[in-house]
Design a protein around this ligand. Structure first.
Ligand code: NAG
Ligand code: NAG
Ligand code: NAG
Ligand code: NAG
Ligand code: NAG
Ligand code: NAG
Ligand code: NAG
Ligand code: NAG
Ligand code: NAG
Ligand code: NAG
Length: 363
């Protein structure tokens, strides 16, 4: 018996065992606007201790600070930072919608090593975030036993650029842990069980399984970024930060300041593409992030408004500060988003369509 036949049999047996222990279907997120692009997040968990550098390389993340921001790690954390066994790290990546679903936009590219099989690449190297048939289809591989050492494989990660409940969100592929409930995950990430069920085409929350990749919409901050800016739409998820404008501006999103994006000039990292950062001023002595004036209910600030190949735009904007402080006890930001999200669920036909697609998928 030749080596090829032997490996074919082993592959089939492994694939069979794999399919019986991993009953959950491959993750496929709905993404309706063809060719829309955006940033998305996905969990990565390695059973062994590893480093941020390893994760950055595996997923082809351009700058380490993109991973630091997505996980809200201190900006001076280095690539040597050790990640504990099974510690979930959020990996940022570019997403593109095509034919109703979102996939990572031609990244990560994985170089096949001697002895690699598609099943192991999907299950072990990429921690089950994709199933091997998805890699096969994405790379137009007719025979999964014939992959060539040194060739690059596109690993298609699930993602979406869709709004949820009429609001811009960052879609986060959350790796379900054993013991997690849909409601628990919804609470943790500021959404509702109903939104998660609808978005993921789940009819019975009890069917949730460890290892499943759930589409979790994270609230994103509103910003003054112009639609002709190179980083439009600048969607920064709650409790994360990013560096933009070629590293010259740092923006963070959190529940303080009413979920309005807060940006400031940054000299933490060398600018990319520019030798020095262009002006980040609204006027003399008034820089991005500075407050010009405040009165009882409004605050006028110098906001980041985007960038071009040549310069950084700023705008003086007035934001209401009262809504943030008004009601006692509850958080008005998340309260408002919950009710609009719930309204959306009931009014949206996508439930029906998604269930049909989901059933077709099981066969
Ligand atoms: C999406 O992009 C592809 C390639 O650039 C193009 O051929 C196609 O027409 C675009 N589709 C839509 C709906 O814009
Ligand atoms: C990072 O900066 C903080 C203070 O901002 C400091 O306490 C910490 O030791 C620094 N860590 C490293 C690895 O330099
Ligand atoms: C990482 O650690 C190695 C040795 O442990 C050291 O040589 C290297 O400079 C460190 N890199 C960074 C970015 O801290
Ligand atoms: C688009 O999706 C439909 C069903 O989801 C499928 O039948 C069709 O083959 C897909 N088209 C392409 C070009 O992938
Ligand atoms: C974890 O370590 C084991 C033993 O060294 C190895 O077989 C396995 O491939 C490692 N897993 C990953 C994802 O690197
Ligand atoms: C996929 O591969 C087959 C042959 O294996 C080839 O005929 C076909 O054109 C390829 N399709 C794409 C989209 O590359
Ligand atoms: C934003 O993040 C904070 C801190 O993690 C959390 O307390 C808050 O509930 C989140 N808000 C929303 C709307 O997700
Ligand atoms: C961009 O914003 C301007 C107003 O700021 C608006 O007039 C224009 O239609 C917008 N363009 C697009 C493509 O949305
Ligand atoms: C505060 O903002 C509101 C709406 O943005 C506006 O109607 C009001 O006139 C502003 N008040 C002051 C004092 O600027
Ligand atoms: C920035 O550059 C654009 C074109 O690249 C130009 O229209 C605009 O006036 C510039 N803004 C500033 C503040 O220089």
């Amino acid at each position: 018996m030749g080596l090829v036949q032997l490996s074919a049999i082993i592959f089939t047996v492994i694939a069979f065992l794999g399919s019986s222990t991993q009953a959950q279907p491959e993750a496929k997120f709905k993404c309706s606007t063809t060719n829309a692009t955006c940033h998305a997040l996905i969990d990565y968990k390695n059973p062994n201790a590893t480093t941020l550098r390893y994760i950055q390389t595996l997923f082809n993340v351009k700058h380490l600070q993109d991973i630091l921001g997505a996980n809200n790690f201190p900006t001076n954390t280095t690539g040597n930072y050790s990640v504990g066994p099974n510690e979930a790290i959020k990996v940022p990546f570019p997403c593109k919608c095509n034919n109703g679903t979102g996939l990572s936009n031609l990244v990560p590219l994985y170089t096949i090593k001697a002895g690699d099989g598609l099943y192991d690449i999907a299950t072990t190297t990429f921690a089950g975030l994709v199933k091997y048939p998805q890699i096969q289809v994405a790379n137009n591989i007719s025979d999964p036993n014939k992959i060539i050492t040194g060739h690059k494989l596109w690993i298609p990660l699930p993602c979406s650029c869709d709004e949820v409940g009429g609001e811009s969100v960052v879609h986060y592929g959350h790796l379900v842990e054993s013991g997690n409930s849909v409601e628990g995950i919804a609470d943790k990430y500021g959404t509702t069980q109903q939104v998660l069920l609808t978005l993921n085409g789940i009819s019975d929350p009890k069917t949730l399984q460890a290892g499943q990749v759930l589409d979790v919409p994270l609230k994103a901050c509103s910003s003054s970024v112009r639609n002709d800016s190179l980083d439009f739409p600048l969607l920064v998820a709650n409790a994360t930060y990013i560096y933009t404008a070629n590293n010259c501006v740092k923006c963070k999103c959190d529940s303080s300041n009413n979920y309005i994006l807060q940006c400031e000039p940054s000299s933490q990292f060398k600018p990319t593409k520019w030798s020095t950062c262009p002006s980040t001023q609204c006027s003399s002595n008034l820089f991005i992030g500075n407050i010009k004036s405040t009165d009882s209910c409004n605050s006028t600030t110098c906001d980041y408004a985007g960038y071009t190949s040549k310069n950084i735009s700023t705008v003086l904007a007035t934001h209401s500060t009262c809504a943030a402080a008004a009601p006692s006890g509850s958080d008005p930001g998340s309260g408002a988003s919950r009710s609009t999200l719930q309204g959306w669920v009931w009014s949206n036909l996508f439930i029906v369509i998604h269930f049909i697609l989901f059933s077709v998928y099981l066969f």
